[in-house]
Design a protein around this ligand. Structure first.
Ligand SMILES: [Fe+2]
Length: 252
């Protein structure tokens, strides 16, 4: 993965949560050491596994204490340059933690951030939990407040949402699940990149997304690790017109 990042030299590396298995300090420190090898900006948000599940008092009193002490102080970082705005949203909240929650307070902040960015800037939200159910997944549930989040993202011009949690790589359009929020938002849910956890057909499979954008279109390529060749190879490619073109926001 580090070799791939070095070779591609992306503008930004987004890590959509679950940096650790059990939110242990040494696991966060290992994740930190790994991220420090990356020579380009990195935006990471916590996942449910980054909150202690069994250390009850810690979970109750300071659920993100270990993350902040050993990985990063900022749970919801924001990246901005002249053409890209990426907003981190921490969704690792909720009684069971597994389903996640989009907090109204963070959505209000996201609304402000989106409103203050020029139309021409690509707008990306990075959040661990799912806004749409995975296609090959038994539970057809979504995160709490997912509906409010999609309505905001659709109306405020978000080009792309990056998420994770399902251990399956897929790209969805929000109107497959929320018919009324138009124009639809693209959602790219990352599979498992660096561990051996996977689900369904992706058990034991490692993938990541390579995302390229220009004024007119967005291209998402799923890269899949080939152990025999010891490298990531393209396994699927999705092309979409830039969202602003769908809504008439840019010159055709
Ligand atoms: Fe997760």
């Amino acid at each position: 993965m580090l070799e791939l990042i070095e070779r591609l030299g992306p503008r930004l590396v987004a890590i959509s949560g679950d940096l650790t298995q059990r939110a242990k300090p040494r696991q966060f420190r290992a994740a930190r050491r790994w991220v420090e090898h990356i020579q380009v900006p990195v935006l990471a948000v916590p996942g449910n596994h980054d909150v202690p599940l069994y250390r009850f008092w810690e979970r109750f009193l300071a659920p993100f204490g270990a993350y902040r002490r050993h990985f990063a102080e900022d749970l919801e970082p924001v990246y901005l340059d002249d053409s890209l705005l990426a907003i981190g949203v921490n969704t690792a909240y909720g009684l069971t933690f597994t389903g996640g929650r989009f907090r109204p307070r963070r959505l209000a902040e996201v609304r402000q951030l989106l409103a203050s960015a020029p139309d021409s800037v690509y707008k990306v939200v990075v959040a661990h939990h799912h806004l749409v159910p995975a296609r090959r997944f038994d539970l057809q549930t979504v995160s709490r407040n997912a509906h409010a989040a999609i309505e905001l993202f659709a109306s405020a011009g978000v080009d792309l949402v990056l998420s994770g949690h399902h251990h399956q790589a897929y790209v969805a359009r929000s109107d497959e699940f929320y018919a009324e929020a138009l124009p639809p938002v693209l959602i790219a849910s990352a599979g498992t990149t660096t561990s051996d956890r996977g689900r369904g057909a992706e058990v034991g499979v490692n993938t990541c997304f390579q995302i390229e954008v220009d004024d007119r279109r967005l291209e998402i390529t799923t890269l899949r690790w080939r152990p025999d060749g010891e490298r990531f190879v393209a396994s699927s490619r999705h092309l979409y017109p830039r969202r602003a073109l769908w809504s008439g926001g840019l010159e055709p």
